[in-house]
Ligand binder design. Structure first.
Ligand SMILES: [Zn+2]
Ligand SMILES: [Zn+2]
Length: 330
C-alpha cells in the first residue's frame, strides 16, 4: 500500500508506504547494500568496485513516479491520491565506516554538486512542487542502514514545514519589504551564536533553536536553490558544512547523530512564490549533552511547541570552539 491521504483537521497530507516495513533493516556490514560490489562478491545497489558518490532511485520509495492505485477511495472530506513523487538515495562514500564528517571537504564539495544536479533534474518534473535533500544519521535517529548516505525526496506539493516558511517569509516581506532570512543573516553575523562564518554561507545556532545544538547554515546572498550557486559559493558551502559536522564530533566526543535537511525555494510555482525562498540547511542533533537525548514529547508532538533546555548563546560558543579545534580532512 502506497498512497497520500489528506488530513482536513490539520490541512496537511500524510503519506502511507507500508511496503517500507520490509526494507533492509540494520544489515550486517558484509550484507550492506550501499557498499561497492566487490569482484566475486554479491551484487549491491552499486555495481562498481569503487566510487566517490552514487545516486540511485530508492528501492523502497515512499513516493514514486509510477505509484500504485490507492487501496481506499477518498471522500470529499478525506481525499486520497496516489503517492506521486521521487525518492533517491545519495551514497556519500564507498567506505562503510566513514561519515559525512570524516569524508573530507573535497567529498562534501562533490556532494554539493550532486545535490545541485539532482535538484535541477527533479525540479524539471512539472508535477513536483518541492525537492528536499536530507540525511538521517545515527542510531539515535533510527537509521536502518549505517553506510553513510542521504536521501532526496521530491514531493508533489510543498510539505508543511517549508510551506510554513513560505508563509512566514511572505508575512515578513509584506511588513518590511525584505527577505526574512536575509534579515536573520544580517542580525546573526558576527554575533555570539555564530558557529562557522564563511564568505557565502553563515552557520549558527538560530536564536529560536528547537534542538539544543541545532545549527542552521544560511546562504548570505538571497539565493533560492543549489543550482543557482556559483563555484565560489559551492566551495564555501562545502567548507562551512564540513567544519560544522566535524565540530559536532569534536564537541560531543563521539559520532554525532543528527537530522540534516536542505530547505530551498519551491519549484514549479509562480515567480513571486519562488522568490520568497532562501536556501538554508537545518541540522538537528537529538543530543542534549551528558549522553542524554531529546525526544519529541507532549509539548512538541501535540502543541507543536518546542522546549529547548540549552540557551543558543551557550550552545553557539561551545560549537564554535569545537569547530575551530576540529580537524577537517581535505
Ligand atoms: Zn556499506
Ligand atoms: Zn533572502
Amino acid at each position: 500500500m502506497s498512497e497520500r491521504r489528506y488530513d482536513p483537521t490539520h490541512d496537511e497530507w500524510v503519506t502511507f508506504a507500508t511496503h517500507r516495513q520490509d526494507r533492509t533493516y540494520k544489515p550486517a556490514t558484509a550484507d550492506c547494500p550501499l557498499c561497492p560490489t566487490h569482484p566475486g562478491g554479491p551484487a549491491t545497489e552499486i555495481p562498481r568496485a569503487h566510487f566517490e558518490i552514487a545516486v540511485f532511485d530508492n528501492r523502497f520509495p515512499s513516493l514514486s513516479p509510477t505509484p500504485p492505485t490507492p487501496d481506499v477511495a477518498g471522500t470529499d472530506l478525506v481525499p486520497v491520491e496516489p503517492a506521486y513523487g521521487h525518492c533517491e538515495v545519495v551514497v556519500f562514500t564507498d567506505d562503510h565506516e566513514a561519515t559525512l564528517a570524516s569524508v573530507g571537504e573535497r567529498r562534501v564539495r562533490l556532494l554539493v554538486d550532486a545535490w545541485a544536479h539532482r535538484f535541477r533534474a527533479l525540479a524539471a518534473d512539472p508535477r513536483i512542487g518541492y525537492v528536499l535533500p536530507f540525511e538521517n544519521k545515527g542510531e539515535a535517529v533510527g537509521v536502518t542502514l549505517h553506510h553513510p548516505h542521504g536521501q532526496i525526496y521530491a514531493y508533489p506539493d510543498v510539505p508543511p514545514r517549508p510551506a510554513r516558511e513560505q508563509r512566514a517569509a511572505r508575512h515578513h516581506r509584506d511588513r518590511t519589504g525584505r527577505c526574512v532570512f536575509c534579515d536573520v543573516v544580517a542580525q546573526e553575523q558576527g554575533g555570539p551564536r555564530v558557529v562557522v562564518e564563511g564568505t557565502h554561507f553563515l552557520a549558527g545556532v538560530p536564536p529560536w533553536a528547537r534542538f539544543p545544538y541545532e545549527v542552521d547554515v544560511w546562504a548570505r546572498d538571497h539565493v533560492g536553490t543549489m543550482p543557482e550557486l556559483d563555484t565560489a559559493a559551492r566551495d564555501d558551502l562545502a567548507r562551512v558544512l564540513a567544519r560544522v559536522l566535524a565540530g559536532y564530533d569534536e564537541y560531543f566526543g563521539f559520532r554525532t547523530s543528527y537530522l540534516l535537511g536542505v530547505h530551498s525555494a519551491p519549484v514549479n510555482v509562480p515567480d513571486d512564490e519562488r522568490g520568497l525562498g532562501h536556501l538554508h540547511l537545518e541540522i538537528c542533533p537529538p543530543h542534549r549533552g551528558g549522553g542524554k537525548l531529546k525526544y519529541l514529547a507532549g509539548s512538541e508532538t501535540f502543541g507543536g511547541a518546542f522546549l529547548t533546555d540549552v540557551a543558543p548563546e551557550v550552545a553557539g560558543p561551545r560549537l564554535r570552539d569545537a569547530a575551530e579545534r576540529a580537524t577537517v580532512p581535505a
